[in-house]
Structure formats: C-alpha cells, structure tokens
Write a protein that binds this ligand. Structure first.
Ligand code: UDP
Length: 236
C-alpha cells in the first residue's frame, strides 16, 4: 500500500499511497527532538505510542464533529490520512502559562489565563519558527483574515473538546500546538496531537505527562507517554 517517501520530518515520515492520490501514510518515528532540533535522542517504541495516542485523540475529535485529515490507524506506527496542503503555521493555544511565553513576557509559569490565548508561529526551521501577528500570517500564508479567524475559532473549539477529554483522565491541558491544511478548498485539522505537541499536567501532582520530561531531562519519556496512553485507553 505504501509507495514512495514524500517527506521526512523530525518525528514522522510521510508516504504516498499506491493507487490513491487523495491519501498519505504518516509513519511515526522513534526520534525525539527539542529546542528546534538542537537536543536529539531516540526512544525505541515512541513512534508506536504517539501513533496510538494521536489516533485516539483524532478519533475522539471526529466524534465531536471536528473534521480532520485523519482516516484510520493502519498498524502500530502508521496511520492513513487525507492529503492536505499544509498551511505553514503552528497554531498554539494556551490555557496556562508555560514554556516560551514565560521567557518572552513577564508572565509566571502556572498563571491561569482568564481566557485561552491563540498564537501563530511561522513554521520555518531556518527562521526558528518566529511568533507572528495576524497580518504577518496572512502575508506569509496567502490566507485571508477571514480564513485566519476560522482557524482561530476552530483551535478554540478543539481546545474546549480536548480540555474535556483530558479532564476525564485527571489531566490539565496547559497548552498545545495544531497544524491545519487545505483540502478541496476547506481548512481542516492536520498533523498530530500527542505528548510531543501538548503540555499535560496531572491534576493531583502537577507532574507533566509530555515532552517536557525530555526537554528538561526530568523523567522517563517512554514511561510518561505509556501512562498517557493507558489513561486514554481506560476511557475508550
Ligand atoms: N509546540 C510544538 N511544536 C513546536 C513548538 C511548540 O508542538 O515546534 C507545542 C509545545 O509542545 C507546547 C506548545 O506548543 O505544548 C507551546 O510551546 P512553546 O511555545 O511554549 O514552546 P517550547 O517552550 O515548548 O519550545
């Protein structure tokens, strides 16, 4: 079914599908990177965990009426998705202050925002994914302000759904990153949602169940990703 390699990123490979030009296969790798690729490691089994976690989250979102590129999980490390033209924006939603916002602005970690913030970053390794405003985003992507508003509204809707999902497994959704793509002139959710792209804190201990354990070197990545998957599977 898998045909030639279309693209290899830091965490996934993307393949064409034999005889189906509408779809692609995402293959999750065992690599972990942080700080724009400056910190790197390999965790055998991470690809399987992220494939399963991301598939479970996309299935949940589809059940809540959020349309996305996700079609189905194929095997331990691969999933079938619709091909989209990826919009080069990292759409970050923040409920609680952590990470880069606490280094850029005088906002203390753990500050709860009165309402969720949406930020746009331009997806470009050579430019180091800069934070940009709406006007910059329109110029860099060719999207209209109306389309950008649609993405923002969609990101906030996804935040509401994800907060509910994670609250049900005793986790606080601190922040996360989304990517969107265009398919047949419609903007849909794409890429992955996993502990690589979210900050999730246990409600009782405040301990992270996400990539911060690797970024900060404070825990065992495979153990915390497995714990997250176990909790998601327990409510399926
Ligand atoms: N994020 C991501 N990919 C990126 C940058 C950020 O998935 O290239 C996620 C990150 O895991 C966190 C959220 O977006 O859940 C906000 O990240 P932040 O801007 O705080 O950057 P960081 O300090 O994590 O590099």
């Amino acid at each position: 079914m898998k045909s030639t390699l279309l693209y290899e990123g830091k965490a996934k490979k993307v393949y064409f599908v034999e005889g189906d030009s509408e779809k692609l296969i995402l293959s999750y790798k065992d690599d972990a990177t942080a700080f724009n690729g400056k910190k790197k490691s390999v965790f055998p089994g991470k690809g399987k965990l992220n494939n399963e976690i991301s598939a479970a989250i996309f299935e949940y979102l589809q059940d809540q009426g959020i349309s996305s590129h996700f079609v189905q999980k194929l095997n331990e490390t691969e999933q079938l998705v619709y091909q989209t033209e990826i919009i080069p924006l990292e759409v970050v939603v923040r409920n609680i202050a952590a990470g880069s916002i606490t280094r850029r602005l005088p906002i203390e970690e753990k500050t709860v925002f009165p309402k969720p913030l949406v930020e746009f970053y331009y997806k470009s390794d050579i430019w180091d994914d800069p934070l940009i405003n709406d006007d910059h985003a329109c110029i860099l992507t060719g999207l209209s302000l109306h389309e950008l508003k649609e993405i923002k509204d969609n990101a906030l809707k996804i935040n509401d759904q994800l907060r509910k999902l994670f609250a049900g497994i005793n986790l606080t959704l601190v922040d996360f990153k989304l990517e969107f793509g265009k398919r047949k002139n419609t903007i849909i959710l794409a890429d992955e949602i996993s502990p690589d792209t979210c900050r999730l804190w246990d409600k009782d201990t405040m301990e992270p169940l996400d990539k911060d354990v690797f970024r900060k070197g404070t825990g065992n990545l495979l153990e915390v990703y497995q714990e997250l998957l176990n909790r998601l599977e327990a409510i399926r």
